[in-house]
Design a protein around this ligand. Structure first.
Ligand code: F6P
Length: 345
C-alpha cells in the first residue's frame, strides 16, 4: 500500500517514535511505501513531502519534535481546501493516510474520512485531554520535566522563604498540573476544571507557614482561571482553530498571593520546555505501540478510526468519538489533591 503520514498541531515528544514504528512495520511486514507530508495539513495543501523509508526514519526514536515538522493549518478555513487535499492525495496514489494529532488535526481527518479518504488517527497532545484514550504520548515526558522543575524550585523557594507559582501547560484540562503537582508535592494545584478560589489558595499557604514551613509551591495550569475573568492570554490573536495563546495566569496568581498574604512570591512559566527534548521511555514505548497499531489498522481496513490506550491494551475508536469532548481531570484525582491538604473548616 502507499500510505501518507503527517503530524499536526503542537508537537510533543514521541512523534518520531510513532513515525518510525509505523514505517518499520509497514515496510518490513506489509511491503508498504510511505509519503511524509511536511508541516501537518499544510504539506498536503502545498504538496510538500519527504520520503519515509527505513533510512530516513533511522536514529529518530529518542529525538523530540517531529521529522515531518508541524503546523496548525486548518483545512476548513481554506477555500477549496478539502478538494485540494483530495487532489494531492490522489496524485500521490495514496491508499491511506495516518494523521498524528489532537482534536483539531483529527477533526480534519474526520472531515476527509467523510469525503472518502481512508484515514487512521494517532492521539497526540501534551495536555492528555483527548477523549477515548487513557493516555497520549508526550504527556509522561511533560510531567517528568515539570516535576523536575518543581523539585528544583523547592530549594530556591526555601532559600528565600518565597512562594513560587509554577505555570504548566493544560489549556482545558489540568492533567499536567495535577500529576506534576502531586508528584512535586505542591501546596496548591489549580486546574481549568475548577475556578480559582484565591482565598483557599492563600489559606493553604498561610496554614503551612503557621505550621513551620517556610516556603510554598503552587502549580497552575495555563488554562486555570479566576471565576470573574476569562483565561489569561498573551495578546488577543487566535490560531486558525480559534485558540487564544494562553499565558500569564502564574504571574497573575503570584501578584494576588503576594498582595493578600504578604509573602514574597515569584512565578515561573515552564511553557514549551515541557514539549521539547527527548521522550521518556514510557512515551517511546506508547508511541511505538501506537505506530504499529496504526499501520495494522490500515491493513485491517479499519478506517475513520483512532488508535487508543484503554487500561493497558491498545484498541481503536471512531474518530468522531475522540473529538466529541475534552477528557478532563476527574473528581477522584481532585480528591487526592484535597486529601493531601489541610481541611478547610
Ligand atoms: O494543545 C497543546 C498545547 O501545548 C497547549 O497546552 C498550549 O496552550 C498550546 O499547545 C501552545 O501551543 P503553541 O504555542 O505551539 O501554539
Amino acid at each position: 500500500m502507499r500510505v501518507g503520514m503527517l503530524t499536526g498541531g503542537g508537537d510533543c515528544p514521541g512523534l518520531n517514535a510513532v513515525i518510525r514504528a509505523a514505517v518499520r512495520k509497514g515496510i518490513q511486514h506489509h511491503g508498504d511505501e510511505f509519503v511524509g507530508f511536511m508541516e501537518g495539513w499544510r504539506g498536503v495543501l502545498d504538496d510538500v513531502t519527504m520520503p519515509l523509508t527505513l533510512e530516513t526514519t533511522s536514529g529518530i526514536l529518542h529525538r523530540g519534535g517531529t521529522i515531518l515538522r508541524s503546523s496548525r493549518t486548518n483545512v476548513k478555513k481554506i477555500p477549496g481546501g478539502f478538494e485540494r487535499c483530495l487532489e494531492v492525495m490522489g496524485e500521490h496514489k495514496l491508499d491511506a493516510l495516518i494523521a498524528l494529532g489532537g482534536d483539531d488535526t483529527q477533526s480534519i481527518s474526520l472531515a476527509l474520512s467523510e469525503r472518502g479518504v481512508r484515514c487512521v488517527g494517532v492521539p497526540k497532545t501534551i495536555d492528555n485531554d483527548l477523549s477515548g484514550t487513557d493516555a497520549c504520548f508526550g504527556f509522561d515526558t511533560a510531567v517528568g520535566i515539570a516535576t523536575e522543575a518543581i523539585d528544583r524550585l523547592h530549594s530556591t523557594a526555601e532559600a528565600h522563604n518565597r512562594v513560587l507559582v509554577v505555570e504548566v501547560m493544560g489549556r482545558d484540562a489540568g492533567w499536567i498540573a495535577v500529576t506534576s503537582g502531586i508528584a512535586g508535592g505542591a501546596d496548591a494545584i489549580l486546574v481549568p476544571e475548577v475556578p480559582i478560589d484565591i482565598e483557599e489558595v492563600c489559606r493553604l499557604i498561610t496554614y503551612r507557614r503557621e505550621h513551620g514551613k517556610k516556603f510554598s509551591i503552587v502549580v497552575a495550569a495555563e488554562g486555570a482561571k479566576f471565576p470573574e475573568t476569562g483565561q489569561a492570554t498573551q495578546g488577543t490573536s487566535v490560531d486558525s482553530f480559534g485558540h487564544a495563546r494562553l499565558s500569564g495566569i502564574g504571574q497573575a496568581l503570584a501578584e494576588e498571593i503576594e498582595r493578600r498574604t504578604g509573602y514574597e512570591t515569584r512565578s515561573v512559566n515552564l511553557g514549551h520546555t515541557q514539549r521539547g527534548g527527548t521522550p521518556s521511555a514510557y512515551d517511546r514505548m506508547l508511541a511505538t505501540r501506537y505506530g504499529v497499531a496504526a499501520i495494522d489498522l490500515v491493513h485491517a481496513g479499519k478506517f475513520g478510526r483512532l488508535v487508543v490506550l484503554r487500561g493497558t491494551e491498545i484498541t481503536d475508536i471512531p474518530l468522531a468519538d475522540a473529538i466529541a469532548k475534552t477528557r478532563t481531570v476527574g473528581q477522584d484525582l481532585l480528591d487526592v489533591v484535597k486529601g493531601l491538604q489541610p481541611k478547610n473548616g
